[in-house]
Design a protein around this ligand. Structure first.
Ligand code: FAD
Length: 867
């Protein structure tokens, strides 16, 4: 019964949506004893499964996994009939859940929420429904779905067609009989691929209009997989728990097989096994590198294309159905039952819109650039305004009149995909910035709902009324979200994950790709750190622990996890010889770095005997001399050699187009300070004197080094200046050790846990130089006279104990009028920027280094491209 608008109803919480999310949210809020009202514009529960009734509609995550786990009794009472259940069965299941927990009494169906406004003085949301009715609540929760707003067809003349038009996402409840009809299907995403084989069974003619060919694999549907059932029988809780901490919300052991390293036989075997299994998380997990490495991805993509060619009889149609132009997995792959086979039927035809675009829809058909088609019915399977459509579709206005639509004009901004600054007590379930559509959503939904319920309980228990993320935390999460996407191939695709299917929608990667388990951990960590990044208020109380929950690059974090799991001894507990052996052993299996034109080894005369060097010459044109970079490896003056920094030297050479000469200097403790520095200076003198023999351009000489190598490179610059030559045109100092003072804050902040520790740095200094020598500028170049030094590029990594001395050196050089560029290796450690082809997020930093080298040699030729 509607009440007059002047006396609004009041609830603790209003939830919009009665699909998986809304139903479970209602259940949990009731458990907390809160008063709740749920609205849905649908006529019943089910959400996605209420609306998408097109023929062939099924889930694409096995139903044994795509199911609620919060109620063990419910799990016992419900048995899924198939591996991938049909829409009617999933809808029946959600009805069963609603009935079992008597949820309907708090749900109002056929009621759209059109607006919501935050009333700051009352600390309440005012919700407006379609009829203009208002209700008030303390907490406003949008469980409105990621794929619930259909994308409008945006095709010229769409409204002119006189016959029936169907949208897969709003299919008539009574079904459609296409018998004897000429039918057009526009769109070949998941819904198109599921429905086309079934529509083809009825239609007298079926014409499929395809803009983008999509990857699809056979579902091999049938009974629920015996293996999953066995695992569930033996330990349901353990199985569900494994799903909660998995990457995708289904317990799948991630592979460590790399496509590039596997033999053809192993590749085929793994591919065939995944093909036969017919599961998304299987085909996406054939090789560890298929989602990040273009060459690895091509191997899988080509094997799928082979399958399509082997299935479709007409070679031209087969070729048109072969996906090209996007990497496999960067658009949601589809699962099908007889999709490609359908194109062998005589009455089914494919129109490739890339070759023959639609010009207009007419009264009785479709006109393409090359042909006119007559149709009795048109089916649009054109997808959704995904992830943000429903959220910005309802007019949400937060504090100070800020609307969600305006706030997100350049792309959504959230903290954990759950909340957004300026909108207190406003929660999104599976919002942008959460794993959502990249995961088994049943698992992600339960996690989100549980987190929100826990949060509301904590607020109440602590006598607080409002919660809202801070700007710092939200910006940090957005950055982390984009960092996670950037190391994958995803941002290269025009996908709905990127908002690219909706004209005018900003191109931002919408879901969180760091994984379900990693995401859960982040959410849990936020809570255990006293709701880090949230401001919570109550009568007379403001509580806020501000901060960023994840600021390390995701691939750096993975490397750290891997290294920590190895349980290696701390280097500073070893002898120098043992430490060297350990370093060599850990480098054994790493990727070699990019190809360069030529690598030659030799020796140069040092102050006290020969010093080995390795020269890297770039591949390709131009022939003739190049600038020369003399490079010094890292390793705390104790460790390292020409091999240890080989991939980095290759990378610098390939990116910069310069000849790189890596010189090995004498090591401590065998030979102590100032031997390494003197060797470095001798190497620079030698390279300058022998520029022509090295294939260099005389006068175009820079130095570079990493860590202790950067120390000796910096010292060489000071010695060269003092000696009146040679002329060095630039210095690239990567995470340099430039001072012996180990008390700067970064030694405290990053002193433990990031491979290079404060203790290890102390060990290095103890091996290299007597305390009395450590203030000498040849040991601590920061303490020297910096005037007249060559231009510098200094790389300082966030999680490096040496970060602050690198920054201090940059400032000091600047103060001495030396041109300097400070490059922040955001989210990196001391070692991660050098891990070529292991830490993908290091590539942009190394590109900056190469650009800096290029700037030292303004006349140099263009560089080779290294991704
Ligand atoms: C065809 C299809 C197959 C899918 N298969 C899978 C799968 O196999 N595995 C998987 O994990 N995910 C799958 N998904 C994703 C699916 O959307 C989610 O798994 C899940 O059903 C989402 O539940 P939800 O409650 O969050 O949202 P929804 O089910 O979308 O429910 C949202 C509800 O909110 C209502 N609503 C929205 N805005 C308003 C408003 N302003 N006022 C009132 N009501 C509103 C809608 O009417 C809708 O009923 C599939 C999606 C589709 C379209």
């Amino acid at each position: 019964m509607n009440k007059p608008a002047s006396v609004p109803e009041q609830f603790d919480a209003v939830v919009v949506g009665a699909g998986f999310s809304g139903l479970y949210m209602l259940y949990r809020l009731r458990q907390l004893g809160l008063s709740v009202k749920v609205f849905d514009s649908a006529g019943d529960v089910g959400g996605t499964w209420y609306w998408n009734r097109y023929p062939g509609a099924r889930c694409d995550v096995p139903t044994t996994d795509y199911t609620f786990s919060f109620d063990p009794e419910l799990e016992k009472e419900w048995t899924w009939s198939e591996k991938y259940a049909t829409q009617p069965e999933i809808l029946e299941y959600l009805r069963f859940v609603a009935d079992r927990h008597e949820l309907r009494s708090d749900i109002e169906f056929s009621t759209a929420v059109t607006a919501a406004r935050w009333d700051e003085p009352a600390k309440q949301w005012v919700i407006t429904t379609g009829g203009g009715r208002e209700v008030r609540c303390r907490h406003y929760i949008m469980a409105t779905g990621c794929l619930s707003v259909a994308k409008s067809p945006d095709i010229e003349g769409a409204e002119r067609f006189a016959g029936p038009v169907y949208f897969t996402s709003r299919w008539p409840h009574e079904g459609v009989d296409f018998t004897g009809q000429r039918v057009a299907v526009i769109g070949t995403g998941s819904s198109g691929i599921q429905s086309i084989p079934l529509i083809a069974r009825q239609a007298s003619q079926l014409t499929v209009f395809q803009r983008t060919a999509n990857f699809s694999i056979p579902a091999h549907n049938g009974p629920a997989p015996a293996e999953t059932l066995r695992q569930l029988d033996e330990g349901r809780d353990a199985y569900r728990d494994a799903a909660r901490w998995s990457r995708g919300g289904v317990p799948v052991e991630p592979t460590d097989v790399l496509a590039g390293a596997a033999s053809e036989e192993v590749r085929r075997e793994r591919f065939e096994a995944a093909w036969q299994q017919g599961e998304l998380f299987g085909i996406l997990n054939i090789f560890a590198d298929q989602g990040v490495n273009p060459a690895a991805n091509d191997i899988v993509a080509e094997m799928i294309r082979e399958k399509i060619r082997a299935t479709v009889n007409d070679p031209e149609t087969a070729e048109a159905l072969c996906p090209r132009g996007h990497y496999f997995g960067t658009k949601r792959p589809c699962l099908d039952t007889g999709y490609f086979e359908t194109f062998n039927l005589p009455h089914v035809r494919l129109v490739d819109l890339r070759k023959e675009p639609i010009v207009s829809i007419t009264e009785d058909g479709i006109e393409t650039a090359g042909e006119s088609f007559g149709f009795d019915a048109i089916v649009y399977a054109t997808g959704f305004d995904a992830m943000t459509g429903a959220l910005v579709g309802a007019d949400v206005t937060g504090r100070d009149g800020l609307t969600l639509k305006d706030k997100w004009v350049a792309g959504p901004s959230t903290y954990l995909g759950l909340m957004t600054t300026g909108f207190p007590n406003f929660f999104m379930l599976t919002g942008p910035g959460s794993p959502s559509v990249l995961s088994n959503m049943a698992v992600s939904i339960e996690q989100h709902v549980d987190w929100v319920a826990g949060c509301l309980k904590d607020l109440r228990d602590e006598g607080l009324e409002t919660i809202e993320p801070t700007e710092l935390a939200e910006a940090g999460w957005n950055q982390h979200n984009q960092d996670c996407a950037a190391i994958t191939l995803h941002p290269t695709a025009n996908s709905w994950y990127m908002g690219a299917n909706v004209p005018g929608k900003p191109r931002v990667f919408l879901p969180y790709i760091g994984g379900v388990g990693a995401y859960r951990q982040a959410c849990d960590d936020v809570v255990t750190q006293d709701y880090l990044g949230f401001t919570r208020t109550g009568p007379g109380a403001v509580r806020c622990t501000d901060g960023v929950i994840r600021s390390m690059q995701p691939d750096v974090a993975m490397v750290m996890e891997f290294v920590n799991a190895l349980g290696l001894p701390a280097m500073e507990t070893l002898s120098a010889a043992e430490a060297r052996a350990l370093m060599a052993a850990t480098a054994e299996d790493r990727p070699p770095g990019p190809e360069v034109g030529e690598v030659t080894d030799g020796v140069i005369p040092g102050p006290d005997g020969d010093l080995p060097y390795r020269l890297y010459r770039p591949a390709g044109p131009p022939e003739g001399p190049r600038p020369v970079v003399v490079y010094f490896h890292g390793g705390g003056w104790v460790l390292g050699n020409l091999d240890s920094d080989d991939p980095l030297c290759r990378d610098l050479c390939a990116r910069s187009g310069a000849v790189v000469v890596s010189v090995n200097y004498r090591h401590a403790p065998e030979v102590r300070f100032p031997a390494a520095a003197l060797d470095a200076f001798a190497a620079v003198q030698w390279a300058d004197a022998n520029a022509i023999e090295l294939g260099g351009i005389p006068g175009q000489l820079a130095v570079a080094g990493w860590s202790a190598g950067a120390n000796v490179a910096a010292v060489a610059c000071q010695l060269a200046r003092d000696a009146g030559g040679p002329r060095i045109t630039g210095q690239l100092l990567i995470c340099p050790a430039v001072d012996s003072d180990l008390t700067r804050p970064s030694y405290e902040e990053n002193g433990d846990g990031y491979i290079l520790t404060t203790a290890l740095m102390r060990w290095f200094w103890d091996h290299y130089a007597d305390p009395a020598d450590r203030g000498d500028p040849r040991a601590a170049p920061l303490r020297g006279d910096l005037a007249g030094l060559p231009p510098a590029c200094i790389v300082a990594a966030d999680f490096d104990p040496l970060r602050d001395e690198g920054v201090a050196y940059a400032r000091a050089l600047e103060a001495a009028a030396v041109p300097v560029r400070l490059t922040r290796a955001r989210g990196h450690t001391h070692t991660s920027v050098t891990m070529v082809d292991v830490v993908i997020s290091g590539a942009p930093v190394r590109a900056e280094m190469a650009a800096a080298l290029g700037n030292f040699f303004p006349a140099a030729e263009p560089r080779a491209h290294v991704s």
